[in-house]
Design a protein around this ligand. Structure first.
Ligand code: WT7
Length: 635
């Protein structure tokens, strides 16, 4: 493997080359993968449509790169180590050979059930190895996976299944998360009432909760495996995919409308996740790498499955939560498996920090070499705590900034190569051309400045479209500023040229590193029978980074406000999922609106933050008295 950057000089040289000769730069990196046929052209693009094509004409299968090619010298090396939710349940280890076999078998299950190249498959599973197997099996036969996080509601799943017209759902009877059992199959049953495209549901046994199984539609995972084994369908040749064939869809929220299906394609995504995984974490052979994300989010796709496996790494998957059975669980896992690289989220760090050092003190964390952070800005206190108590001052913290849409890490230190600084994602990776712009889209040059973060040149891991609606992709990301991809984030560049992400500048709330659209939450609240109108904003939350604050107008006075709050909360939970439940609900008589009827969220945000002294100009409001009412009744 010859794309590992080993020094700051090599980083500088790689960065420079990636800007001056991007096609040559990425072609050299792409040489390190297994292709059935090489590309005709490295890059073809314009941000106007947008059209982005990487490695056009190349043929490959990503699972041959993640599995088959490691069989020669890594067959018996652990590919996946799995730790169960319950610490007394035995952990599992799948070597590359075993993982390959299991993926092949399950690929044959998919084929046997009529799934073909290009079909969409929805995966709604707990964090067990079979989730990774299902994902890889889809990729092996060229089916497009759409993983939905296990915390989403039936309605959210139905929306996603219908948007992508999925033919199959893969789920399990249930899942264990901390002290709770999550009834996954029941939720799928509720969702499927609204979905006509689904012909088959494959159900893995995990919790042994009683579930309904519908003849002709629902099939047990274990039975289906036995069937293909009996048929002798053990091996499964990997489907030949075009570089730009769709690999997966992953839904993500924005400031308007329903979640969008972000589409990633095969070759560019593979090259980018492998390259960034290797260089950011400086992964060394035999290291144990532990990313605590759920595979239902992009972090899990890129940095539990594809990136690490493409690099022949050992990736640790954890079924549970950081605080179960107690707040020392991560450190127990690090100790138990001698984890070398730990990649987690600020929200987890803050919550463990609050539990105190008792949970850390007797744990052997000496195996750790590199720490990572992802999902939201990391505050200085959390950064320092992570650095001192977990890294013992000797592990670099890579604060990685990226998005579902970017496919892989964009701004981050390279461990031990780029000097870190608390709260700074530091410098762009090679291939990433950044620009800060003002409201008009003009470049903000120099250092010690802030602006809106844009990217001006394609990178291989970027989204290609939003599923079924290319215009929405253009509108959302490429129309705000001409010829630039707009990230939706505000960003500062300090005197050293280091980047610090300051947070979303649009109506997106980042709760525990998960993106929630305000419009989506408002729509859900408005579904509640007694609600006339609502407005939702984010406010600083000690653990979650941001919490959801909802201002709600009821059509009649509630005789039990606490109960009504719970009812609204339950309604949101049913419609979107528990992660979108508002932390605070304030009943108001009116909302601050401009004369043209637009809600002035700026004011609502200030009030939610508790900064009532600085509301700014309220004279343009239709009815300025509503602000007084809201201020006086703040919770
Ligand atoms: C948004 C993307 C990237 C995978 C997880 C979230 C915020 C992400 C950082 C970071 C500050 C960050 C941004 C971004 N974000 N990483 N290191 N520092 N902010 O993926 O759900 O697509 O959300 O998360 O606001 O736009 P996502």
């Amino acid at each position: 493997m010859n794309f590992q950057i080993k020094s700051i000089e090599e980083y500088n040289a790689a960065y420079q080359k990636s800007v001056e000769k991007p096609e040559e730069f990425w072609a050299e990196i792409a040489e390190n993968f297994q292709w059935k046929k090489k590309w005709d052209k490295v890059l073809d693009w314009n941000f106007k449509e947008p059209k982005i094509e990487w490695f056009k004409g190349a043929k490959l299968n990503i699972t041959e790169n993640c599995l088959d090619r490691h069989l020669k010298d890594k067959a018996d090396q652990p590919a996946i180590i799995w730790e169960a939710n319950d610490p007394t349940e035995h952990h599992r280890v799948l070597t590359y050979k075993q993982l390959h076999q299991k993926v092949c078998l399950f690929s044959n299950v998919l084929k046997n059930n009529g799934v073909k190249k290009g079909d969409r498959v929805c995966i709604y599973m707990p964090m067990v190895p079979e989730l990774a197997i299902a994902v890889l099996a889809c990729a092996r036969i060229g089916a497009i996976h759409s993983v939905v996080f296990g915390g989403f509601s039936a309605q959210s799943i139905a929306d996603r299944i219908n948007d992508a017209q999925c033919e199959m759902v893969i789920t399990s009877d249930g899942g264990f998360r901390g002290p709770k059992d999550i009834p996954l199959k029941n939720v799928i049953d509720d969702a499927l009432v609204q979905c006509c495209s689904v012909k088959t549901v494959i159900v893995l046994t995990r919790t042994r909760t009683p579930i309904s199984m519908i003849k002709g539609r629902d099939k047990w995972w274990e039975d289906e495996i036995k069937k293909v084994e009996t048929l002798g369908l053990i091996d499964c040749p990997a489907e030949e995919m075009d570089a730009e064939d769709e690999l997966f869809i992953l839904y993500t929220s924005g400031s308007t409308g329903k979640p969008k299906g972000v589409v990633h394609t095969t070759a560019g995504y593979m090259v980018y996740t492998a390259y960034t995984f290797q260089n950011v974490f400086q992964y060394q052979p035999n290291d144990v790498y532990f990313c605590t994300a759920d595979i239902g989010w992009i972090t899990g796709h890129s940095y539990i499955i594809y990136g690490p496996l493409a690099q022949g790494a050992t990736t640790l998957m954890f079924e549970g939560v950081p605080t179960y059975p107690d707040a020392g669980r991560f450190w127990d896992i690090v100790d138990k498996f001698k984890v070398n690289v730990l990649y987690t989220a600020p929200t987890a760090i803050r919550s463990l920090m609050q539990s105190g050092l008792d949970y850390v003190k007797d744990k052997d964390l000496s195996s750790l070499k590199v720490l990572g952070s992802v999902g939201e800005p990391i505050n200085e206190e959390a950064w320092n705590w992570y650095n001192e108590n977990i890294g013992k001052g000797k592990c670099p913290i890579v604060d990685t900034w990226w998005q579902t849409e970017t496919g892989g890490i964009m701004i981050s230190p390279l461990a031990n190569i780029i000097k870190t600084k608390p709260c700074f994602a530091t410098l762009p990776l090679p291939g990433v051309q950044l620009m800060l712009v003002d409201e008009k889209g003009d470049e903000i040059k120099g250092n010690g400045v802030s602006g809106n973060l844009c990217i001006t040149f394609p990178w291989p891991g970027m989204l290609r479209t939003t599923y079924g609606d290319h215009e929405r992709c253009r509108q959302t990301y490429f129309a705000t500023y001409e010829n630039k991809y707009f990230t939706g984030d505000g960003c500062m560049r300090d005197e050293d040229g280091y980047y610090r992400i300051t947070g979303r500048v649009d109506d997106v709330i980042n709760v525990s590193g998960h993106r929630i659209g305000t419009a989506e939450v408002e729509n859900a609240i408005n579904m509640f029978t007694d609600v006339v109108e609502s407005a939702v904003v984010g406010y600083p939350h000690e653990i979650k980074g941001q919490g959801i604050y909802a201002y709600v107008i009821l059509n009649k006075e509630s005789d039990d406000e606490e109960l009504t709050r719970k009812d609204i909360s339950m309604t949101v939970s049913r419609i979107i999922g528990a992660i979108a439940r508002p932390e605070k609900i304030q009943f108001v008589k009116g909302l601050p609106k401009t004369r043209s009827g637009k809600i002035m969220r700026r004011i609502l945000r200030k009030i939610a933050e508790g900064d009532v002294a600085n509301l700014g100009d309220t004279s343009t409001l239709l009815d300025p008295t509503v602000v007084e009412d809201i201020k006086n009744n703040k919770i």
